[in-house]
Design a protein around this ligand. Structure first.
Ligand SMILES: [Fe+2]
Length: 428
């Protein structure tokens, strides 16, 4: 057992750096909610789209549960039932409000949730300035998970606000002052070849990564080609106009069942008004821009399009090998559009980061040698490694300092409320 050291053994500037990083992440979540009315915070239009106020409270519960209750002696819990209300899915922590019933909660009020956030922030700063050197490595490790967790929920905030507002016949904008993406056509799609052989994928450097990105390991790939950019709205419209949603020959059996069950005939948020296609955006309804990457399509729709086009989706290993070495830059949340934009002309691979999360052909499974962490934090990723598909690259609502080549996002193959699109691949 390490001896307990005094708090002062750790340089004050290191503590301050972590405290500043903490406050910066927390402030961003609240800034994203500034355009909301009190009523906007509460609704849950679909089981997968949590209310904004639930997100704000849940990320606070995460810091409270995994840091304050464990490492701040004498921490005064804000409310004894908030653990039940704002635990998402951590079975080892205790029972929780069913996900589909998060929108049933008019109380606690939005104001009380902001007071909960302030309470957690005050005590987190106390912890960061006073934690003993013996517990600091664990505190720091959990803090990084907490930062990244809150960034994930910032993305979900925007995704869920979009879905929640979209179901309102008034089609209200989250922000009517959002700059529209340039009305441009996408550059011609071409193919970029990559060599086959034994490659290594998975997280490799010192920066933060989730456990599901490790261990780094070898994988064999046949030579392959990747499309230079994602499929556009105009290209997807050609699939629709060719009877894409009416021909079972293009679809996986599960996909075709879903098309019929949910009466799909276009991507989510598309609406035909007097013969013209519109789409709902965080800036309100806009006429469809044919040059933008297709967005809000499920894995099933991406796979059906690829079949129609005589191509396939890339595997996650192919995507990662292609992305490695490219700068993490693009139309990410910080660009301010909060909507995919048409690719700018350029050589090589375009839009690998940002715009749309890219569907891959890979099921979300553990890498060879993966072991989830012990305890409740091990439930973060590992228990979802069944029946979901991997997406790569981040989107126009992903923070730029949250994404990397090895990042694995995952959704069920029928889900499409996230900013999901795809690019094509083919065997070389
Ligand atoms: Fe969460």
């Amino acid at each position: 057992m390490p001896l307990s050291h005094s708090a002062s053994a750790l340089p004050d500037n290191q503590r301050s750096t972590w405290a500043d990083a903490y406050l910066s992440v927390r402030k961003r979540s609240e800034e994203l909610c500034v355009p909301l009315s009190p009523e906007d915070y509460v609704i849950q239009a679909a089981p997968e789209a949590s209310p904004a106020k639930w997100h704000l409270a849940h990320v606070s519960w995460f810091f409270e549960t995994f840091l304050l209750k464990e490492y701040l002696v004498g921490y005064p819990e804000f409310h004894p039932l908030f653990g039940y209300l704002f635990n998402s899915y951590y079975e080892q922590i205790g029972k929780f409000q069913p996900r589909q019933e998060r929108g049933f909660l008019s109380r606690p009020s939005v104001g009380e949730i902001y007071r909960y956030r302030a309470h957690v922030d005050e005590h987190m700063l106390t912890l960061l300035h006073n934690a003993g050197e013996d517990v600091w490595p664990t505190v720091q490790q959990r803090l990084e998970i907490g930062f990244n967790h809150e960034q994930q929920h910032q993305e979900l905030l925007l995704t869920d606000i979009k879905l929640n507002l979209s179901t309102n016949p008034l089609r209200p904008a989250y922000r009517s002052d959002l700059h529209q993406t340039p009305k441009a056509s996408a550059p011609h799609q071409h193919w970029i070849a990559f060599p086959g052989g034994v490659h290594e994928i998975g997280h490799q450097d010192d920066c933060f990564a989730y456990d599901n990105e490790k261990p780094r390991h070898r994988t064999y790939l046949n030579p392959f080609c990747l499309a230079s950019r994602p499929v556009t709205n105009g290209e997807y419209l050609a699939f629709m106009e060719d009877g894409g949603y009416g021909n079972p020959g293009f679809w996986l059996s599960d996909g075709w069942s879903t098309v019929k069950r949910l009466h799909w005939s276009s991507p989510l948020y598309w609406e035909s008004i007097e013969g013209e296609w519109w789409q709902f955006t965080l800036g309100g309804p806009r006429k469809l821009n044919l040059g933008e990457p297709i967005c809000h399509v499920s894995y099933y729709e991406a796979e059906a399009y690829a079949t129609w086009a005589g191509k396939r989706l890339p595997t996650e290993a192919e995507w990662e090998i292609a992305a490695r070495g490219l700068p993490v830059a693009g139309n990410l949340r910080d660009s301010g559009y909060l909507h995919p934009a048409a690719a700018m002309p350029g050589d090589g691979l375009l839009q690998m980061y940002g715009d749309v999360w890219e569907h891959t052909a890979s099921p979300y499974q553990p890498y060879p040698g993966f072991r989830p962490a012990a305890g409740a934090l091990g439930e973060y990723n590992g228990k979802f490694m069944c029946s979901q598909m991997v997406l790569r690259g981040g989107s126009c609502v992903t923070a730029a300092d949250h994404i990397r080549a090895s990042y694995r996002n995952f959704f069920y193959p029928h889900e499409r409320w996230q900013f999901q699109g795809f690019r094509l691949a083919e065997d070389a």
